[in-house]
Design a protein around this ligand. Structure first.
Ligand SMILES: Nc1ncnc2c1ncn2[C@@H]1O[C@H](COP(=O)(O)OP(=O)(O)OP(=O)(O)O)[C@@H](O)[C@H]1O
Ligand SMILES: [Mg+2]
Length: 287
C-alpha cells in the first residue's frame, strides 16, 4: 500500500512498482481506492503498452454499493422495510452514507478477497490522500464498535411479525468481517509512506506514524519524492539547500526504515517508459 499526503507521488510510485512486477511476467494487480483515481491515466501512453500480466482496477462509490448489495443488501433491507417505508435504492444510499466507514470497509474487504483468491502474485494498492486513507484504516475498528453496540439497539426495535434474529445474525457476521479486515491490514499489508522534502509533509509524517501505530500498523519504507539531485542553476541550488534540511531530518529520525530518495524529473511521469525510470530507482533503492 502506498500512502501519503495529496500530490506527493503515491500513484506514480504505485504504478512504477506494479509495472516492475508485471514486466517480469508476474500476474499483478494495481488497484486504487481513491474516489478520484488517476491510476489508469498514469499508465496511458501513445508509444508503449502495459504488459498483459498487469490488471488495473479503480474502485469508487458505485463498486462499493455493488459490494454492499452482494454481501448484505437484500437481507438487511427485507427486515428494515418491514417497519420503514423505503425503496431498496434509497435504503442502500442511506445505509452507505450513514454507517461509519461502510465504504472503506468494503474496499478493504474487496482487496482482501482478491489477495485470498491468489490470482495475483502482487497486489499494489494506490490510496487516496492521507485523510481519507486514515479513515479507511480506523473505520474497521469504529465499525466494529458500532456493531458491538448494535444488538442492544436493534433488540429493542419492534419488528412486528419479523424476528429480530436475522438482524442480529447479520450484525454478528459483519463484526467478524470487520475483525478479519483489521487482521488483514496488520498482517498482510506492507505500508510504504510517500513524502516530499518540504516542511508540511515532513511535519505530518510523525503524526501519521503515530496514528498508524495506534492500530498496530507499521510502515516499512519511506519514499522521499521530488528530490533535486543535480542542481545546476541558482533556482535549483536554492531548492536543493532547502530540501537538504528536511532530508537530514528524515534520515536521522527514520534511519531504522528503508528510505528511498526519488529525483524530481523535469517532465511529468506518465506512461510505461517514464515509469520505467522511476521503477529502476525504486528497485535499486531496495523496494
Ligand atoms: N519525481 C517526480 N518528478 C516529476 N514529476 C513527478 C514526480 N513524481 C510525481 N510527479 C508528477 O506529480 C504529479 C502528482 O503525482 P501523483 O499523481 O503520483 O501523486 P499522488 O500522491 O498520487 O496524488 P493524489 O494525492 O492526488 O493521488 C503527477 O503529475 C506526476 O507525474
Ligand atoms: Mg494518486
Amino acid at each position: 500500500m502506498f500512502t501519503g499526503k495529496g500530490g506527493v507521488g503515491k500513484t506514480t510510485c504505485a504504478a512504477a512498482t506494479a509495472l516492475h512486477h508485471a514486466s517480469r511476467g508476474e500476474p499483478t494487480l494495481a488497484i486504487s481506492t481513491d474516489a478520484t483515481p488517476s491510476l489508469t491515466h498514469i499508465f496511458e501512453s501513445e508509444d508503449d503498452n502495459v504488459p498483459p500480466s498487469l490488471s488495473i482496477i479503480e474502485i469508487g462509490e458505485r463498486e462499493v454499493r455493488q459490494m454492499w448489495d452482494a454481501k448484505f443488501g437484500r437481507e438487511v433491507y427485507e427486515v428494515f422495510s418491514a417497519f420503514v417505508d423505503i425503496s431498496y435504492e434509497e435504503f442502500v444510499e442511506f445505509i452507505t452514507s450513514v454507517l461509519p466507514g461502510l465504504g472503506e470497509e468494503f474496499m478493504l474487504d474487496y482487496i482482501r478477497e482478491k489477495s485470498l483468491a491468489g490470482t495475483y502474485q502482487n497486489i499494489i494498492w494506490d490510496t487516496a490522500p492521507l485523510g481519507q486513507t486514515l479513515s479507511l484504516l480506523e473505520m474497521p475498528a469504529l465499525l466494529g464498535e458500532h456493531l458491538r453496540m448494535a444488538p442492544r439497539v436493534y433488540s429493542r426495535l419492534k419488528l412486528g411479525r419479523h424476528s429480530r434474529e436475522p438482524v442480529l445474525d447479520i450484525l454478528k457476521r459483519w463484526e467478524m468481517l470487520s475483525a478479519t479486515n483489521v487482521d488483514f491490514l496488520r498482517n498482510e499489508v506492507h505500508f510504504t509512506m510517500v513524502t516530499i522534502p518540504e516542511a508540511l509533509a515532513v511535519a505530518q509524517l510523525e503524526s501519521v506514524f503515530q496514528e498508524l501505530g495506534r492500530y498496530g500498523l507499521a510502515v516499512k519504507r519511506i519514499i522521499v519524492n521530488n528530490v533535486v539531485m543535480s542542481p545546476d542553476s541558482e533556482f535549483l541550488r536554492t531548492k536543493a539547500r532547502q530540501q537538504e534540511q528536511y532530508l537530514k531530518h528524515i534520515r536521522a529520525k527514520y534511519g531504522n526504515l528503508m528510505i528511498i530518495e526519488l529525483p524530481m524529473f523535469p517532465q511529468e511521469v506518465r506512461g510505461p517508459q517514464k515509469l520505467g525510470e522511476v521503477q529502476k530507482i525504486l528497485i535499486q533503492g531496495g523496494l
